[in-house]
Write a protein that binds this ligand. Sequence first.
Ligand code: 6MZ
Length: 348
Amino acid sequence: MDEALGLAEFCRQLPKVELHAHLSGSVSETTIQKLQVKKGVGHDHAHQGDIAIGKGETRHLEEPFRIFKIIQDLSDTEEAIFTMTEDVISEFAADGVRYLELRSTPRHVPHTGMTPSTYVESILSAIQTCKDREDVVVRLLLAIDRRQSVETATTTVRLAQEYVLRSDGVVVGIDLSGNPAVGDGRDFIPVLKEAQNSGLKLALHIAEISQQATSPETAALLSLPPDRVGHGTFIHHNQDLADMVVDKNIPFEICLTSNVKAQTVASYSDHHFQHWYSKKHPCVLCTDDKGVFCTTLSEEYRHAAETFQLTRPDLWDLSYHSIDHTFGGEDLKQQLRDKWNTEKEKLF
Ligand code: 6MZ
């Protein structure tokens, strides 16, 4: 093992899988500045603190939602969506992400003429430009925002169904996200079932805030069951919910920094990752919103190592087993495992 390699560099060189990355929240400050120039607006809100939660800072969970709105207002054209997708993919690849599942909420912006279809097409064309890259494979989930109507959610699922074919398998599933304090996830169960029945995978934000440990929507969403749980921060506070997750062996998408910075978890060492990891329950480290929370996936691995005393072989296993929970199909999983095994020789 190359012990001379510092932990941060080891984590960067480790081949990684990113399964929980919201497009708007992943946009870097550099890209924000590009978008401002294109839109001809000033840099007023481009400085840290307004569009990002910096090192050591924490803010209430409402704050990232205010920031997403700023970024979404800046990216109201197909060209902007293309640019940010291309940049986000390159940044993840530079950080050693070899398989990336992006997720994004299709938007209708009447004043620029962008429609949910052209929104998805812009993301897909940026993904298409990366098709020949050796360093990263990208897949897409379309997101339903909890604030939206069931009608809009149905449009999103229908778009995903249409684009599974048209995108040659790049669109793989549906995400349910948005401010967890708003709306009732149970409203979306019929449309989520429709998605599931048509072969789309489901990655759902569940029990991100404490009230959801006892709210009926949590059990209802878990009984679908989803293919992965986003956050699931308060699931282990309720034994019945925890049993459901264990019985169905539903993997967790773990976003350490996001949860600490948005104050749903008091500190890294209080993170529920510890609970599930110690039970050998499947967990995948993810960034959530790398731009807004000023993080990278390799930093998330480093935080996990430093906080929970994980060894380098533990980090390797965590990354390697994350491949099992990707939505890209069995052939692709095998290709990724082969790639990981080749890269292993350089690291150990
Ligand atoms: C719930 C979140 C989230 O779709 O415009 N999103 N939903 N919890 C979180 N934890 C902090 N982080 C991001 O990306 C931004 C959207 O992703 C969801 C929200 O719906 C947000 O508006 P897109 O690419």
